[in-house]
Write a protein that binds this ligand. Structure first.
Ligand code: UTP
Length: 236
């Protein structure tokens, strides 16, 4: 029986915040090598502040949405190339599609990629890769330690949400999206995860024990999104 792959979506703000990035990426590469002994990994890198810089500058120059997305994709692929160098396989090239990434994962325990095409973010790419690979889990390594009931910086009453159903996550990202930003997870990614029964562990990407706990299934402090659980009955 083939081993279940785990897909890791790592935010650009986690990977390259602009402070001592090489140290973090080197440490992450070591952690990924360790975890890849337990499960084959496909890692999708986000763009972070560099992609925002390109997007804003491109917009000021009159770029179309499509062109701005292309700029963002370019940065995510550069970030993927950085992580590949740290893993010692910088010459391998960055897969351009989910199918390419899954094919490559037959040959290597860790495959690293960035964005693919305009119209979504790398969280959605992670969900497409998970669908293609038949994976059951996406680990979303992000810059927050958990999903909260409200913005914890603005609302002292905000509660940490340890578990969510996929529909509850959907409700959260759609309301956020309506307000102009998809902060927690790309709505398209949520839809794919729901359709394909893919769980999402949302963890602090700077905390090695959180990424480890999510990949190995030994427990996390972040939020576990169960794609198969029915929404809790809130009528009682
Ligand atoms: P990110 O995935 O980093 O987007 O891709 P983001 O919204 O900044 O990420 P998080 O989840 O908040 O960390 C950067 C940009 O690249 C383009 C989009 O414009 C995205 O905002 N992109 C990325 C695509 O158009 N397609 C892709 O497949 C990936």
């Amino acid at each position: 029986m083939s081993e279940k792959k785990v897909i890791i979506s790592i935010g650009g703000s986690v990977l390259v915040p602009g402070i001592d990035d090489a140290s973090y990426i080197r440490r992450l590469a070591g952690l990924l090598r360790e975890l890849s002994e337990s499960a084959p990994l496909i890692v999708v890198c986000g763009g972070g502040r560099v992609s925002r810089y390109y997007s804003e500058t491109g917009k000021a120059l009159g770029g179309s949405e499509f062109q701005l997305d292309e700029l963002g994709i370019g940065v995510t692929r550069l970030n993927a190339a950085l992580l590949s160098i740290a893993l010692g396989d910088g010459a391998a090239g960055v897969p351009a599609t989910p199918a390419e990434a899954v094919a490559e994962s037959q040959r290597r325990r860790i495959v690293v990629m960035g964005g693919t095409e305009p119209g979504h973010t790398t969280d959605a790419v992670a969900a497409m890769v998970a669908r293609e690979a038949g994976a059951r889990l996406i680990v979303n390594a992000t810059s927050v330690d958990s999903v909260y009931s409200a913005d914890p910086r603005a609302d002292p009453g905000a509660r940490r949400l340890p578990r969510l159903t996929i529909d509850e996550l959907g409700a959260l990202v759609y309301s956020e999206h309506g307000a102009g930003r998809s902060g927690v997870f790309d709505p398209l990614g949520v839809r794919i995860a729901k359709d394909c029964g893919i769980d999402i562990a949302i963890v602090d990407g700077r905390d090695d024990s959180e990424i480890r706990g999510a990949v190995l299934g030994t427990g996390i402090r972040g939020t576990y999104v169960d794609s198969r659980a029915a929404a809790p009955d809130r009528t009682t």
